[in-house]
Design a protein around this ligand. Structure first.
Ligand code: UGA
Length: 437
């Protein structure tokens, strides 16, 4: 919304949420999320044509277009638990819109949702329409965290799905005009509603599949002495495969990949396609395996026991340049190490200590063997091993010779992101290994 406000100064953007603390944060100098470049965009637009408030009903009344961007977590209860999306927030928003609307509205689904959710929204709106006309569009977001601003300024594509009716076509055209303020027309794709909804899930499934594919090969590389980075480079030169998203890692994290694939799996099962469901479920299973495999390798290397040994975990966010920890591989790695009775010291440049503790241990747990360090050096002091779990740039610049002398000997380093020069580390004296090398 901040980007729309920046690029389309003639459009008035109101962001509303029932959560007053969150809105207050958006109105303050410390935004509630860390995203490079976002502060700048918000600073340029806030108070001009970008406004944050808790006044949901007024915003609905004055709006021509309403973007729905609520949470769609995986259901944790009842039918479809662990797989299906929990649509209660979507439903609640649809009811709120119907209640306060005083004229025709275009409703845009921005949240990632299962295919055919637009139908649910339409149903609820129609049943409560009081004579008003609503058009529902699907407009999934493809930005990635950490590069959100750049992705929004120059998206590979903008996808807009709408009903193939005159009303639907007019609504699609209205939304196309919004993006056309800065996105070239040939990058704005329009489809039917279901294609748009499904494309979002499929894009994430394909991206995650590439990571699970290369991660599966990383295990084979470790067994055979091949180097996964060299393999990725060699196959990526094939223009049909391409070089991106082939970085082997300790496992993908983030709020989207796992959730969206599980959603796809649930859809396939629901529509009687168990073979398709099993195929995609393999991507998530491989990812879980990779996370456990990494922790297992640490334990095996440290002479099959990490009990009471200190392990420094560098990085906790699910990727660099974000403070988001949702589904981060670090959570799984820390838990596995704690289950082996290690002492785990975590350092992350952006994730607060409380968050790290809550993610690993639960809200009220006693920190016990888990500590959070203020620097990488503090985390590594006296440690038996160092595990790089997030690829923060600062980890490439650390003084590893200094770190080495402060560690227990033999000192191990496990590069879960393949960002370090293992040969150099071995020269210093480290027993160094990476993923698939
Ligand atoms: C992902 C998609 O890339 C976006 O296009 C999509 O819009 C977004 O989900 C979403 O659905 O909201 P995001 O989760 O922010 O974006 O971050 P990614 O850059 O895709 O990284 C996901 C995970 O995969 C991270 O843990 C990352 O470290 C890992 N990864 C990525 C690898 O392990 N190897 C790679 O080669 C690339």
């Amino acid at each position: 919304m901040a980007m729309i406000a920046l690029k389309a100064p003639n459009i008035e953007v109101r962001v509303v949420d029932m959560n007053a603390a969150r809105i207050a944060a958006w109105n303050s100098d410390t935004l509630p999320i860390y995203e490079p470049g976002l502060d700048d965009v918000v600073r340029q637009t806030r108070g001009k044509n970008l406004h944050f408030s808790t006044d949901v009903s007024s915003a609905i009344k004055v709006a021509d277009i309403i973007f729905v961007a609520v949470n769609t977590p995986t259901k944790t209860y009842g039918v479809g638990a662990g797989r299906a999306a929990d649509l209660r927030f979507i439903e609640s928003v649809a009811r709120t819109i119907a209640e306060h609307a005083n004229g025709p509205k275009i409703i845009v689904e921005k949240s990632t949702i299962p295919v055919k959710t637009a139908e649910t929204i339409k149903d609820i709106l129609a049943a409560n329409a009081r004579g008003h006309k609503f058009e529902v569009l699907s407009n999934p977001e493809f930005l990635a965290e950490g590069t959100a601003v750049a992705d929004l300024i120059s998206p590979d594509r903008v996808l807009i799905g709408g009903e193939r009716t005159p009303g639907g076509a007019a609504a699609v055209k209205t939304l196309v005009e919004v993006y056309a303020h800065w996105v070239p027309r040939d990058r704005i794709i329009t489809t039917n509603l279901w294609s748009s909804e499904l494309s979002k899930l499929v894009a994430n499934a394909f991206l995650a599949q590439r990571i699970s594919s290369i991660n599966s090969i990383s295990a084979l590389c470790e067994a055979t002495g091949a180097d996964v980075d060299e393999v990725a480079n060699a196959i990526g030169k094939d223009s049909r495969i391409g070089p991106k998203f082939l970085k082997a890692s300790v496992g993908f994290g983030g709020s989207c990949f796992q959730k969206d694939i599980l959603n796809l799996v649930y859809l396939c099962e629901h529509f009687g396609l168990p073979e398709v469901a099993t195929y995609w479920e393999g991507v998530v299973k491989m990812n879980d395996w990779q996370k456990h495999r990494f922790a297992g390798r640490i334990v095996r290397s440290l002479f099959n026991s990490v009990a009471d040994k200190k392990i420094a975990v560098l990085g906790f966010a699910f990727k660099k340049d974000t403070n988001d920890t949702r589904e981060s591989a670090a959570i799984s790695v820390c838990r596995d190490l704690l289950a082996e009775q290690a002492r785990v010291a975590v350092y992350d440049p952006k994730v607060p200590a409380d968050e790290i503790r809550a993610d690993v241990l639960g809200k009220d747990a006693d920190p016990g063997r888990l500590t959070v360090a203020r620097t990488a050096y503090e985390a590594a002091a006296g440690a038996h091993a160092l595990a790089i779990v997030t690829e923060w740039d600062e980890f490439k610049q650390l003084d590893y010779a200094k770190i080495f002398t402060g560690m227990q000997q033999p000192a191990f380093i496990f590069d879960g992101r393949n960002i370090l020069d293992l040969a150099k580390l071995r020269e210093i004296g480290f027993r160094a290994s990476g993923i698939g090398r």
